[in-house]
Each structure stands twice: as C-alpha cells, then as structure tokens.
Design a protein around this ligand. Structure first.
Ligand code: FAD
Length: 510
C-alpha cells in the first residue's frame, strides 16, 4: 500500500462537506474535496437566469436532477421562456433558500472559526414572518412581541402557548432527547393549546417552517426545542441574532463560495466535475477512494480518512454493505426525506399588499389534503427581490416559495403538476390579480429538500451518527446525519460535529 496522499478526502461539496473540509484544512490537515457538480453548494446553489437560457432545458433539468429535483411545470413553455429571454437578469437559488436566523445560526459558528460568510463580506437581508390563519394574517412572535390578537387569545385562555418558545431555555441534553420522539400535536394537546384554533395553527406553521413537515402529528418537538434552547433563544438574548430568517444577498451561492475560498486559502484542494465511484476499505479500515475525473479517467487516491457528504441513504452504492451491521444498513437506507414544490414567479407588478412585501408569509392550508395528499399542504413565500434586489432585474420582482410534500408525493408527476396549479389558484385567491402579474414561472420539485425528515422517529440525535460503525476512518456529514436545526443550518451543524469527531476539538455543537 502506498502512503496516504491526503490526511482526509471529503466527498461532496454541499454545506456539510464544505464545512468539514474547511475546518480540517483550517486545522492544518491536507484535504481533498471532490464534487461531481460544476460548482460547490450541492442542494444549496445559485443558478443565473442567463446561464439557464444559454444552456437550455436539458442542462437545467440535469442541474436539478443532480440535486434530487425535477421540473414539474413551467409557465409559459420552456421554449417561450428561452425565446423571450424571460429569465435574463434573475438569479435563482436552487428553489427557495431562506437562511435560518439570517445566517446567525450554525453558519455563524463556522464563519467565526474560519472567517467565511459575513467575515468574508457576504451580506444577508433579514425578515420577520407572518402567518395566514383562515383569511386573517398575524405577525409571528418575534423579539418578545406578540401580535396583539394572539396576545388577547393567550391571555383570555391562560394558554401555555409561549412555553413553546421559552420552555427550552431550561432544558438540557436529556430533555431534548426525551422530546425527540414527541410530536408537536401531542405536545399541544397535553397543554390544551389544541382547543384554540388560532394558537395551534400558529405553532403548526412555525413547526413546519423549522422542520418542513406538513403534519404536526409527525413533527418532532424535541428537534425544535433543541434549536430554541441552544441557538435561537441565546442568540436573540445576546443580540447575535435579530431575524428568524433571511436571504444571502446575491444568492445562497455567495455563502458557499466564501467557505470554498477559505478552504482553498488554507491549502485545500478542490476537484469539481469529479464523481466518487467507490470508497476503498481493507482490513476494516478506510484506504481511500476511486473517482471518475472530469476527463473520464479513473483514479485511486489514498487516505485513511474519508468523509461522505452524499445523503447517507446512498452510502451502500459506494461501499460494500456487508462491512456494516445489518441493522445499521437497514435503518440508514430507510431514513425518510421530506420533499417540496419550490416555485419561482417572475412578476411584472406586485398584487400583494405592501405590508407583506418584506415579510416571509406562510399558510398551513394552501392545498387541502382531499383524496390525493397525505396532509394539507403548507406553503411559505417571500418576495425575495424585496430582500435581495440583486435576484431580479430592475423593475421586476421574484417571488419564491416552498410547499412541503412527502418524498413519495414529490415523485408523483401527475400529482405534482396538479399541486403546482393549486398553488397558483391559491395565490390568485389570496391576491386577486396575481395570475396577471406573472411573466414566467418555474416549478422545481425536490424529493429531498430535507435529507432526513425531522419526524418523531428520526430527528436530531436519532439520525445516523457521523462516525461509521465497523470501518475505521469513515465519517459522514450533511443534513442526513446527526445535526440539528433548519435544513442548511442542520447540514452545517452536522459538519461541525463530524469535524470535531475527526480532530477531537470542540466546535460548539455535539
Ligand atoms: C428546492 C430546495 C429548497 C430548499 N430550501 C431551503 C431553505 O429555504 N432553507 C434551508 O435551510 N434549506 C433549504 N433546502 C435544503 C438545503 O438545501 C439542504 O438541507 C442542504 O443544502 C443539504 O446540504 P448537504 O451538505 O447535507 O447535502 P447536499 O447539498 O446534497 O450535498 C451533497 C453533495 O454531494 C455531491 N455528490 C453526490 N454524489 C456524489 C458523488 N458520487 N461524487 C461526488 N460528489 C457527489 C452533490 O453534488 C452535492 O454537492 C432546500 C433544498 C432544496 C432542494
């Protein structure tokens, strides 16, 4: 066996892989980062409208397909969008990409260590959120302020509503784990909150915002409490965080590129358009990887540490399954993702009331369950161009949204085509004139927005551990392994946990 060429090889330059690779390089290790796509970011990348027009529909569908997404519908046809150059001047994150805590969650922890993100000049625009409950909309609880109508219901009913936001302050690791298998609906029922429709719907909307799951009977309240207890509450209290959500100005790619740049600055090597073929193992130890390079040639590279940022359900395509305990393989392969419809609308004018232009809006009842869906579908939407003027050309507007659906629903073409139409009908009902304001719309659907759904069976510490059993030197990172918080932030948390496991240092999250 030849000597190791790298201290570590990280496969996949999504949030999780970038986080681990940059931290290991920062610690002085010799690191190779291998990514099959032509840019870093994975499911969180930005495409320019112009490059979609130039490369065409097949290229766009392929870019989506590489990241667990497909195009369910376009308005008008893709040909007409291309001929009319309708996407010119737009920047499109790969579907809606709101950043939790406006970049002051786990992203911030990484940025503080390696000098990425805001430290490297990336800017975020924060927003507060609001929720439609029936035909009224209410501001979400934010910075100690309750919408006065919600406050009145809480007071009148002596409701435990605010415990949802604050009880985690006194919780520790044992409590977070105790609540992981408890559903949000169960937690509300036990406290009688379910008897007040407006309050329970508000918590439902916030729970879905954090976990991307439609059904409150499935949402793990423990995962939410951990994020409140360890990140949201302390950071609001100290003024580190000021907004629950936000967008990276110029697209989410800006943050990804800033981490990539720090990685390269620390001496890391990045190979794009290079795909992992096999993780090489001998005598129960990782030996390296076999990759297919951009020019088609196959290469074996030696290293005693390999980190896979590929969603963990796919692990056994790359490494022999018989090396691992059977129960581990079965559980890992069966971990459920949660999908989403993630439409964009290029608008010539705004049919939405001006008070909503800078808010994140949501509603838990956008598509009623009926016969076809497993639960009523929630949606969250922003006029992204009001937060980030760089994402739309002057005088135009970009509305982005996401409407969660289960993994199976997301793969059903007829169902998703119909659901996309229902979204447009909903927006027209809410905002008469909306349909006439549309210049173009794209409807990507992802069957893996959240790599492992934060449900009562598999959230937080119930996810796959970052260290593989039985194979020394094999690790995992990203939103499918142990990590907490909202999707991208969760992938970053898992990267911090994984890097700590490799270096033995403490990066603030366990
Ligand atoms: C449409 C959509 C909307 C979303 N909206 C939000 C949002 O609003 N807010 C939020 O926080 N999160 C959102 N997410 C989720 C977020 O993007 C993910 O949680 C996060 O990016 C996952 O990062 P990761 O590192 O775990 O995985 P990934 O991003 O999946 O990274 C895996 C990487 O591995 C690469 N790879 C795969 N196979 C190979 C191979 N064989 N060889 C080499 N490389 C390989 C992939 O190309 C990819 O770069 C959204 C996701 C989607 C799809």
């Amino acid at each position: 066996m030849t000597a190791n060429e790298y201290d570590a090889i990280v496969v996949g330059a999504g949030v999780g892989g970038l986080t681990v690779a940059a931290l290991l390089a920062y610690e002085g290790r010799k690191v190779l980062l291998v990514e099959k796509s032509n840019r870093v970011g994975g499911r969180a990348k930005t495409l320019h409208g112009r490059e979609i027009l130039e490369h065409g529909e097949t290229w766009y569908r392929d870019m989506l397909g590489q990241q667990y997404c497909w195009l369910a519908k376009t308005t008008p046809s893709f040909d007409e969008i291309q001929k009319g150059k309708l996407l010119d001047g737009y920047q499109l994150d790969l579907g809606y990409h709101g950043v939790s805590l406006n970049g002051r969650g786990y992203f911030y922890d990484l940025d503080q260590i390696i000098g990425s993100g805001e430290q490297a000049g990336v800017k975020f625009a924060g927003n507060v959120n609001a929720t439609y409950i029936d035909d009224e909309w209410y501001l979400d609880f934010h910075a100690g302020k309750l919408d006065p109508r919600i406050a009145a219901i809480v007071e009148e009913n002596e409701s435990a509503f605010l415990k949802f936001y604050f009880s985690a302050i006194k919780m520790g690791e044992d409590d977070f784990r105790k609540y992981e298998p408890v559903s949000l609906a169960h937690w509300c029922r036990e406290r009688g909150i379910d008897r007040q429709h407006v309050l329970v719907e508000m918590l439902h909307a916030v729970g879905t915002l954090i976990t991307t799951i439609n059904d409150p009977e499935e949402i793990s309240v423990g995962d939410i409490f951990r994020y409140f207890g360890e990140v949201i509450n302390p950071r609001f209290k100290t003024g580190v965080a000021r907004f629950p959500s936000g967008f990276a100005i110029g697209g989410i790619q800006q943050w990804m590129d800033s981490v990539r740049d720090r990685f390269i600055h620390f001496g890391g090597e990045l190979l794009l358009e290079t795909a992992l073929q096999e993780i090489l193992v001998g005598d129960g130890k990782v030996r390296g990887v076999r990759i297919r390079q951009k020019n088609g040639s196959i290469r074996e590279i030696q290293s005693g540490t390999v980190v896979s940022n590929i969603p963990t359900q796919e692990t056994f395509r790359y490494v022999e399954r018989s090396l691992f305990p059977e129960e581990y393989v079965n559980r890992t392969e069966k971990l459920k993702s949660y999908g989403s419809i993630a439409p964009y609308f290029g608008l010539k004018n705004l049919a939405l009331p001006q008070e909503q232009w800078k808010l994140g809006m949501k509603d838990t009842f956008v598509i009623p369950k009926g016969e076809r869906l497993s639960h009523d579908v929630y949606m969250c939407w922003n006029i992204q161009s009001q937060s980030d003027p760089l994402c739309a050309p002057a005088g135009k507007h970009l509305l982005t949204a996401y409407a969660p659906v289960t993994e199976d629903e997301a793969r059903n073409k007829d169902l998703m085509f119909w659901a996309c139409e229902q979204i447009v009908e909903y927006l027209e009902r809410r905002y008469p004139g909306f349909k006439d304001s549309i210049e173009w719309a794209l409807f990507p659907v992802s069957w893996r927005l959240e790599g492992v759904a934060k449900d009562v069976n598999q959230a937080g510490s119930l996810k796959t551990p970052v260290r593989a059993p039985n194979v020394d030197g094999l690790f995992f990172a990203g939103d499918t392994v142990k990590g907490y918080g909202v999707a991208m932030d969760c992938a970053c948390a898992a990267g911090l946990i994984c890097a700590a496991e490799i270096t033995g240092k403490n990066y603030g999250v366990r």
